[in-house]
Design a protein around this ligand. Structure first.
Ligand SMILES: [Zn+2]
Length: 158
């Protein structure tokens, strides 16, 4: 099984490749910019919100997040129930589509709560952004698919 660094390298390469390939297309077709941005957001979420958040110990991504004061600790606490309830490499966390949708639902609950809080402060979120959600989810799902394939195909000698 590959370690967190290998998964992060694969996801980072995917993100960089899509960004590099898509950038000239967006220059050519300016109206593709929101979709391109949504895909990059999805790939970035897929890099950070990995299936391995089901691990009981702190993951590489969580260690990096904890460098951010307060928010990093909140991020780790946010995923504690997920790690506590789901066994590592369970189909619920690691299978393509299922794992992505579960983490998206959990994150969606948090985002809904936060948006409810900021709405009470007079800040609103443009409903047109919801139309880009499928692109975010598919890009995130692609990162999870690479994670799943890497877990299945890469053998690490120790
Ligand atoms: Zn994994």
């Amino acid at each position: 099984m590959p370690d967190g660094r290998t998964h992060a390298a694969i996801s980072s390469c995917n993100l960089i490749a899509v960004a590099a390939i898509g950038a000239p297309m967006v220059v050519e077709h300016r109206d593709w910019l929101p979709t391109y941005a949504a895909v990059l957001v999805g790939l970035t979420i897929g890099l950070l919100v990995t299936p391995d958040l089901d691990m009981k110990q702190i993951t590489l991504e969580e260690r990096r997040a904890m460098r951010v004061p307060v928010l990093g600790r909140l991020w780790v606490m946010l995923w504690w129930p997920y790690a506590a309830l789901i066994p590592h490499r369970s189909p619920v966390s690691h299978w393509p589509v299922i794992g992505t949708l579960l983490r998206a639902a959990w994150l969606g609950l948090i985002v809904t709560g936060v948006s409810w809080l900021i709405r009470s402060q007079g800040v609103t979120i443009d409903p047109a952004l919801l139309g880009l959600l499928p692109f975010v989810l598919v890009a995130w799902g692609v990162q999870d698919l690479y994670h799943f394939l890497a877990d299945k195909l890469i053998k690490v000698r120790r």
